[in-house]
Design a protein around this ligand. Structure first.
Ligand code: NAD
Length: 296
C-alpha cells in the first residue's frame, strides 16, 4: 500500500533507496544537509524539504541513512521531539550497536515502533533495489517495516531484538574482511610459488578454501570477470568503509568481552591500507599491499 515516507540522508546509498521508494509508488519527503544530494533526490521524484523535522511531518514511516552512530542519535533525538506516536522509524545506516540501542530507546519513549535495518549490497544494490536488510527490533515493528524494506531490497531478515541487525552486519563484515585478507595472502603466496591465478582459483573454489571473497569477489583479475580487480580496484566496497565496519566490530567485541584476534588484525591491516592513501579503493585491493608491491 502506498505510504508517505520521510527519508533523511540522501547520499550514495540513501539517494537511490529513496528513488526506489518513489518508483514503488510512495510519496517520499526527503532531507539531507548536502545540496548535491538534495538535487539528485529531487530529480528522482523526492519532495525535498528544509529540515529533518519537516520531512517527517505527516508521514507513516521515516527512514534514515546517515554516516555514523552520532548522526543517527542526533537526528532521531530531534525527530522524537516532533513525530506523532505510532510513526515507524527505520535506521538503515551502519552504526555501533550501542547507538542503535540508544536510537531505539528514544523511539520507544516517544511511542514509536523502531527497527535498525542496516544493509549489505553497496551502491550497486541500492540502485538496483537488491540490498539485503538485516533487522533488529520488536516483531510488530518488523512486520510493518518489512514490505517497505522489500521495495529496496531482495532479502530481509529479522535477526532479533533492538541492535540485532547491526550485530549481524558487523559480524558478517568481520568475516568478509578477514576472509579477503586470507584469500589475498593465498594468491600472493601462490604467485611466489609459481602457481597461476587460474589454477589456484580452480582448486580452491571447489575445495575447502572456497568462500565469497574468492568465488564472487576474487581479488586478482581473471577468474571472476565482474570483480573490482578487473577494474583497477575501483569500488565496489571502499576500503575505508570496510575499516569503519571492522572498527565497529572491535568496539562491540571490547564492550561484550569477546575475543576476536583475527578481527583485530584485519582492522589493523585495513587501517594501514587506509593510512597509505588507499581508502577510496575497493577493499579487495589490499592484496597489493599484502604483496608489498603497491603500498610500500
Ligand atoms: P554518504 O556519505 O554518501 O551519505 C550520507 C548522507 O547523510 C550525506 O549525503 C550527508 O550529507 C547526510 N547527512 C549527514 N548528517 C546529516 C544530518 N544530520 N541530516 C541530514 N543528512 C545528513 O554515505 P553512504 O555511502 O550513503 O552510506 C550511508 C550509510 O550506509 C553509512 O552508515 C554506511 O556505512 C552504510 N553503508 C554504505 C555502503 C556503501 O557501499 N556506500 C554499503 C553498506 C552500508
Amino acid at each position: 500500500m502506498a505510504q508517505t515516507i520521510g527519508f533523511i540522508g540522501l547520499g550514495n546509498m540513501g539517494g537511490p533507496m529513496a528513488a526506489n521508494l518513489v518508483a514503488a509508488g510512495h510519496r517520499v519527503l526527503g532531507f539531507d544537509l548536502a545540496p548535491s544530494s538534495l538535487e539528485a533526490a529531487r530529480a528522482a521524484g523526492v519532495t525535498v524539504l528544509g529540515s529533518a523535522a519537516e520531512a517527517a511531518q505527516g508521514v507513516d514511516t521515516v527512514v534514515t541513512m546517515l554516516p555514523a552512530g552520532r548522526h543517527v542519535v542526533e537526528v532521531w533525538s530531534a525527530l522524537c521531539e516532533s513525530v506523532p506516536a505510532g510513526t515507524l522509524l527505520i535506521d538503515s545506516s551502519t552504526v555501533d550497536v550501542e547507538s542503535a540501542r540508544r536510537a531505539h530507546a528514544l523511539a520507544e519513549a516517544r511511542g514509536c515502533p523502531s527497527i535498525d535495518a542496516p544493509v549489505s549490497g553497496g551502491t550497486g544494490g541500492a540502485k538496483a533495489g537488491t540490498l539485503t536488510f538485516m533487522a533488529g527490533g520488536a516483531a510488530e515493528a518488523f512486520a510493518r517495516a518489512e514490505p517497505i524494506l522489500r521495495q529496496m531490497g531482495k532479502a530481509v531478515f529479522h535477526c532479533g531484538a533492538a541492535g540485532a541487525g547491526q550485530a549481524a552486519k558487523i559480524c558478517n563484515n568481520m568475516i568478509l574482511g578477514i576472509s579477503m585478507i586470507g584469500v589475498g595472502e593465498a594468491f600472493a603466496l601462490g604467485e611466489k610459488l609459481g602457481l597461476s591465478h587460474q589454477a589456484l582459483f580452480d582448486v580452491a573454489s571447489v575445495s575447502s578454501g572456497q568462500c565469497w571473497s574468492l568465488t564472487s569477489y576474487c581479488p586478482v583479475p581473471g577468474p571472476v570477470p565482474a570483480s573490482p580487480a578487473n577494474n583497477d580496484y575501483r569500488p565496489g566496497f571502499a576500503a575505508a568503509l570496510m575499516l569503519k565496519d571492522l572498527r565497529l566490530a572491535q568496539a562491540a567485541a571490547a564492550a561484550a568481552g569477546a575475543a576476536t584476534p583475527l578481527g583485530a588484525e584485519a582492522a589493523q591491516l585495513y587501517a594501514l591500507f587506509d593510512a597509505l592513501g588507499h581508502g577510496g579503493e575497493d577493499f579487495s585491493g589490499i592484496i597489493r599491499m599484502l604483496r608489498g608491491t603497491k603500498a610500500g
